[in-house]
Design a protein around this ligand. Structure first.
Ligand code: ADP
Length: 629
């Protein structure tokens, strides 16, 4: 749609430019034609005055001839004696006037005296011109004048006047005015021109092809008339080659017409050079004569000027349109700028609103995150304490398992103390203070022995929060084994401890490490209960930044199910009350807490091997990151 609109607008603009160009052309053409007309009219007036001056000046001459007594005598008594002086008179008169001929006719139309009587080749004497209108009219008493080609073949303007004898016409005086001089005046007009006589026959013209052509079609009667009067001699009088439509202003005796370039082009011999805009034809009648002068002025220069003006007008219109277009474009761009600015401001405001909303959302999310972090920290704290509780519960469970052997360990010294104290009392009663003192010192040693048994239990059972420190794993192994010494003895378990104290230092919480080892030893002893050979091997081997402690037994080993579920909570194969299935879960948790790990596999020679990886401690070095399992 916009494309169609643009095309229509462009067409309208072109049409407007065209119309303006045409209007300016028309105006300029009219103005040019008017000034051309004025100039042509001026030249026409000049030409007319020249013709009138040349021809009309001599018109009264025939009327004066009758005043001459020689001429009158000749008419009254025609004869050679009178003819000669009359012809002499006429010759002198003719020479004086500069006319072509002056002659006198008798009533029969015969030349009685003539200005050219003495010219042997051109003498008209005795010539019968009764067929001429100037004779016939004058005979009828009317002075007359008209164009005619003379009997000698030369054209001229004949003016006749009756010569009266009283009231009777006794002869006719005629003057023939030559027109050759007029042929010299065409240059004055500066354009093709013609003079047509009363018969509308071109008698004079600057254009040779026009001469003796008729401007109106001649009827057969008229042709017969002209033939009889021989005004144009024996000439055929063809049609004027161009059609000249004239509008005649009778009052001002002016005529105006136009010949188009097409009309000229259509004629094979128009007698006019071609003109792209045709010709302006101006005519006027000559005062007191039946002649009409027509001048043909080319409109080429007017057309050219009008064309220039038209193109100028069109260019100006195009320029004006372009200016308008430029203005409207500028206004449109300004409007678009304003709209774009408003749009930008709106988008900006929306953006700010959105940013505000997002910021609020972010703030809310931030608050929410902080809350969640706090909750998570709280949860972690709760978890940590739950874990600590679990570890402690695990400890308690181990202690429960150890309770029987510990009780057994304590029973012996307790019984001895009971006996020794009874004996001591008896010795005191008997006054044997020395023996009593002996007993008391034995009792004191026994109490210390019991205290040594209980001491590790006390420190083990203490509810502690994990705090890593440089720890000797050999010492922790010894402490754990110590708690099992009765059971090891009872079950006849041989110990192969390859992790002596003082060899390595690891980075962990000693109490927790002891808990892990107690669990592993307890499980190993349980697994070996039915075994014929019971051997517990504790080995330790460094692996770059880590120390791997292996606890190997010679028990029944681990089944597929055991290996799959070993470290899952509440997995146990022990009888109800003997195990909870939490020991290894807690151990793995503690190992992870150290940054290490706990893994289980079957030993090549039977039995199970549990490998605990703990970080080695290097003075002035941070704790290492755990190895990938
Ligand atoms: P509980 O000792 O209460 O059963 P644990 O988590 O310590 O719980 O042990 C889980 C199970 O793993 C045991 O019931 C046992 O079947 C198996 N197990 C642990 N250690 C050994 C071992 N050294 N040899 C064979 N089986 C073992």
């Amino acid at each position: 749609m916009p494309a169609l609109r643009r095309v229509l607008l462009a067409l309208a603009a072109i049409a407007l430019i065209g119309v303006v160009g045409a209007l300016v052309y028309g105006r300029s053409f009219d103005r040019g034609t008017a000034s051309l007309k004025a100039a042509s009219n001026g030249r026409l007036d000049l030409f007319a005055s020249v013709v009138e001056g040349r021809v009309r000046r001599l018109e009264p001459v025939p009327a004066t001839i009758q005043l001459n007594p020689v001429v009158v005598r000749l008419l009254q008594d025609p004869g050679v004696a009178q003819a000669r002086p009359a012809s002499d008179y006429l010759t002198r008169l003719n020479a004086h006037l500069g006319s072509e001929a002056v002659f006198v006719l008798d009533v029969r139309g015969t030349v009685l005296a003539s200005s050219n009587a003495r010219l042997p080749d051109d003498s008209r004497l005795g010539e019968d011109v009764a067929f001429r209108p100037y004779y016939l009219e004058a005979l009828a008493g009317r002075a007359t004048r008209h164009f005619a080609i003379g009997t000698g073949g030369r054209p001229g303007y004949f003016v006749s006047h009756p010569i009266y004898d009283g009231s009777r016409v006794m002869g006719v005086a005629v003057i023939k005015i030559g027109l050759a001089a007029l042929e010299q005046t065409w240059g004055m007009l500066g354009a093709p021109a013609l003079v047509a006589d009363a018969n509308q026959v071109v008698i004079l013209s600057s254009q040779a092809p026009w001469r003796y052509t008729t401007m109106v079609p001649l009827t057969p009667d008229r042709r017969v008339d002209l033939h009889l009067t021989r005004i144009y001699g024996a000439l055929h009088l063809p049609q004027f080659p161009l059609r000249v439509p004239l509008s005649v202003d009778e009052e001002r005796q002016e005529a105006k017409g136009f010949i188009s370039a097409g009309d000229i082009a259509r004629q094979p011999d128009p007698g006019l050079p071609p003109s792209p805009a045709g010709y302006l034809v101006l005519g006027r009648s000559l005062d007191g004569m039946d002649w009409r002068v027509l001048i043909f002025t080319s409109l080429a220069s007017v057309h050219q000027q009008a064309l220039l003006d038209g193109v100028g007008g069109a260019v100006a219109a195009a320029f004006l349109l372009l200016l308008l277009l430029y203005g409207s474009q500028r206004r449109r761009i300004e409007r678009q700028k304003i709209v774009a600015k408003q749009l930008l401001e709106k988008i900006n405001a929306e953006l700010e609103l959105e940013v505000g909303r997002r910021t609020q959302e972010l703030t809310d999310t931030n608050v929410q995150l902080r809350r969640e972090v706090a909750e998570r920290e709280q949860t972690e704290k709760t978890l940590r304490s739950a874990q600590d509780e679990l570890v402690h519960a695990g400890k308690m469970a181990v202690l429960g398992q150890l309770a029987a052997s510990i009780t057994h360990e304590l029973t012996q010294p307790l019984g001895a103390i009971r006996t020794l104290s009874g004996n001591a009392a008896e010795f005191l009663r008997r006054g044997n203070a020395g023996q009593a003192q002996e007993n008391l010192s034995i009792m004191s040693r026994l109490v210390e022995q019991m205290a040594r048994i209980i001491e590790p239990l006390k420190s083990f059972s203490r509810k502690s929060v994990a705090s890593p420190e440089p720890t000797d794993p050999g010492r922790v192994v010894e402490q754990a084994l110590f708690l099992f010494q009765l059971r090891l003895r009872q079950d006849k378990v041989s110990i192969d401890n390859r992790c002596p104290p003082g060899r390595w230092t690891v980075w962990c919480d000693a109490n927790r490490l002891e808990q892990v080892l107690i669990n592993l030893f307890g499980n190993a002893l349980d697994a070996m209960r039915e075994s014929p050979e019971r051997r517990l091997t504790i080995d330790a081997a460094p692996d770059t930044d880590w120390l791997v402690v292996h606890v190997q037994d010679s028990g029944k080993g681990l089944s597929e199910t055991d290996l799959a579920h070993l470290f899952q909570p509440f997995y146990t194969t022990k009888a109800s009350g003997a195990g909870l299935g939490l020991g290894l879960v807690i151990c793995q948790d503690i190992a992870a807490e150290f940054g290490g790990s706990l893994q289980a596999r079957n030993a090549a020679g039977g039995g199970a091997v549990f490998s605990l990886t703990i970080p080695l401690w290097h003075p002035a070095a941070p704790a290492p990151t755990p190895p990938s399992p």
